[in-house]
Design a protein around this ligand. Structure first.
Ligand SMILES: Nc1ncnc2c1ncn2[C@@H]1O[C@H](COP(=O)(O)OP(=O)(O)O)[C@@H](O)[C@H]1O
Ligand SMILES: O=P(O)(O)OC[C@H](O)CO
Length: 547
């Protein structure tokens, strides 16, 4: 379509945990026009802690939008062509700020931060409940993931938060809420996909649940209003380059990529392979509660339509395992080399890698597990280990598919995939081989922001998403990987994988191991490493001489 004054564009703010992007799409084909991306600083004051500066997130939103909007004339458009804006974001990440000053009370605690791991046991003990106690209300187990425990930690350990709570000045938000609050002055809202990750929302009513708020000692007054993922929320009035534009979608990033993959039918699923991996399956209008380690979440709710739910399985360590092999073991220079290096050998040589660096998530939930590489022999090479580190992601995805079968009787016949790590062709073939179903890899540049753009278009009635009325022309092109293994071969390999998983269990002896990690950490960071090595050598030598 040629650029005319009537051409409608949609802008997407995609605030992920590594970067913030502003992406612009053209209606009706949803072709990407241009984008600008800015990295976000990863603040890790301590092992297991991960924080972001909330002000930096807002500056990155404004700056990325400014640059992308300034690129528009190169494509024959101007800001006037932008019809609406959508927001998609890293979920669970928790921001608290002062209602009066608008200033953050602390850094944002990022979703994968594990500082609240010990609070899980504490809460279960205090309430005499097990980890699944609130699952049928919230869809989630009690875990360090959800925002509730992060808010609780902030209230406990940050005096400014305590003071603001006491004075009725504290507000909570996930990253979407924090962005909206800054763009549309004083609007304190979230959507139900983000709210369903907090451990505070009732999945049936889509309201904050008093029982959950009480259990985690959270005053409902600090929580935002929960809205649908697709409706007009208001007009931006922050004097930035976005001023005057409306916002018509808020949706968590994993749910957005489900929409971007056009998984609108029950039983359709997508898996996003990045540093972590997230598999979501559309389960329709009724929530199904998992008994096999998955979580239930709102997939999307378009305006007044009924909510659509998803079962979700999270793998904490996917691309991160490859990054560890590159950075810590130095077995390759770039993670993309894993495709060639892993293809040099036809199998892993019976070597299995369980990267339980911070415990195991879905469907195992073993926080005391730690990483193991099993089946090493004198013949094992780096190629086997690299291939095993790709296979480990595929086994975990297959475990989640298996859990979905048990929970919802969903037998996936194919899996839509996306994410940077899915560029790896060997990984795609291994995934088809180990799951036994076709893998459809999206060739769209970015399914997450595309999904958000679709939700934003829906919010202003630019498209009709009813299956019988598909007037919109979004096309997701993909390539397909077919399984080349037999069911018997798959069963044998999965059996061995499960043996490896069991060997990772129970490694952390609660406090003792954590103390040892911290001691090592503190020692290494308090003295220069070479000095530490040299002095250790001399002490050893001296003890030999004086023996
Ligand atoms: N070709 C590849 N093969 C294997 N792993 C890859 C490849 N490309 C990227 N990765 C892994 O994917 C992750 C990067 O994806 P990215 O989308 O930047 O993720 P995130 O934003 O979650 O960090 C890194 O952990 C990296 O190790
Ligand atoms: O780290 P990101 O940006 O891929 O976001 C991950 C999820 O939203 C966490 O639930």
């Amino acid at each position: 379509m040629s650029a005319t004054e009537q051409t409608k564009l949609i802008g997407v703010i995609d605030a992920g945990s590594n970067s913030v992007k502003f992406v612009i799409y053209q209606i009706p084909n949803f072709n990407q026009v241009c984008a600008h991306e800015i990295d976000i600083k990863q603040i890790s004051p301590k092992e297991g802690f991960l924080e972001h500066d909330p002000e930096e997130i807002i500056s990155a939103v404004r700056e990325s939008a400014k640059v992308a909007l300034h690129l528009l004339p190169n494509y024959g458009f101007t800001k006037d062509n932008i019809y609406t804006i959508g927001i998609t974001n890293q979920r669970e990440t928790t921001v608290l700020w002062n209602k009066k000053t608008g200033k953050p009370l602390y850094n944002a605690i990022v979703w994968k931060d594990t500082r609240t791991t010990s609070s899980v046991d504490e809460i279960m003990e205090k309430l005499s409940v097990d980890q699944d106690h609130f699952r049928e209300i919230s869809g989630l187990p009690i875990s360090s993931f959800g925002s509730a425990l992060k808010i609780r930690w902030l209230k406990r350990f940050v005096p400014q938060v305590r003071d603001a709570c006491r004075d009725g000045l504290c507000l909570f938000g996930t990253v979407d809420t924090w962005i909206i609050w800054n763009l549309i002055r004083g609007l304190h809202i979230t959507d139900c996909t983000n709210a369903s990750r907090t451990l505070l929302m009732n999945l049936q009513t889509l309201n904050w649940d008093p029982q959950l708020c009480l259990a985690f000692s959270i005053d409902e007054k600090i929580l935002p209003e929960i809205r649908s993922s697709s409706e007009v929320y208001g007009k931006i009035n922050d004097n930035s380059d976005l001023d005057g534009l409306i916002i018509s979608s808020i949706i968590g990033n994993q749910q957005a990529s489900l929409v971007g993959q056009l998984c609108f039918k029950t039983g359709q699923a997508k898996s996003t392979y990045r540093s972590g991996c997230f598999l979501l399956c559309n389960i329709g209008n009724k929530p199904v509660f998992s008994h096999h380690g998955l979580v239930t979440t709102v997939a999307y709710k378009f305006g007044k339509n009924k909510p659509v739910y998803a079962l979700e399985g999270n793998i904490a360590i996917a691309g991160t395992a490859l990054k560890w092999i590159k950075d810590n073991l130095k077995l390759m220079k770039d993670t993309s080399e894993s495709e060639i290096l892993g293809s040099v050998v036809p199998t892993t040589g019976d070597c299995y890698f369980v990267p339980a660096f911070r415990g195991l998530f879905a469907p195992y939930y073993q926080k005391e597990a730690r990483g193991v590489i099993c089946g090493l022999t004198a013949f094992t090479t780096k190629n086997h280990i690299i291939r095993a580190s790709l296979e480990t992601v595929c086994y975990q995805v297959s475990d989640i598919i298996e859990a979905m079968k048990k929970d919802a009787d969903i037998h996936l016949t194919k899996l839509h995939v996306d994410g940077k790590m899915a560029d790896n062709n060997l990984l795609m073939q291994l995934q088809a081989d180990l799951s036994g179903i076709p893998i459809l890899r999206s060739l769209s540049e970015d399914t997450t922001s595309l999904g958000c753009a679709i939700a934003a278009a829906k919010g202003v009635d630019l498209i009709d998403l009813r299956p019988e009325n598909r007037v919109y022309s979004v096309k997701v092109h993909h390539d397909t990987y077919l399984p080349t293994t037999t069911a018997e071969d798959r069963r044998a390999r999965i059996k061995k994988w499960k043996m490896a998983v069991e060997r990772s269990y129970g490694w952390v002896e609660h406090k003792r191991s954590e103390e040892m990690t911290n001691e090592r950490y503190e020692l290494l960071s308090s003295i220069p490493f070479t000095l530490f090595l040299t002095s250790s050598f001399f002490l050893l030598a001296a003890s030999e001489i004086f023996k």
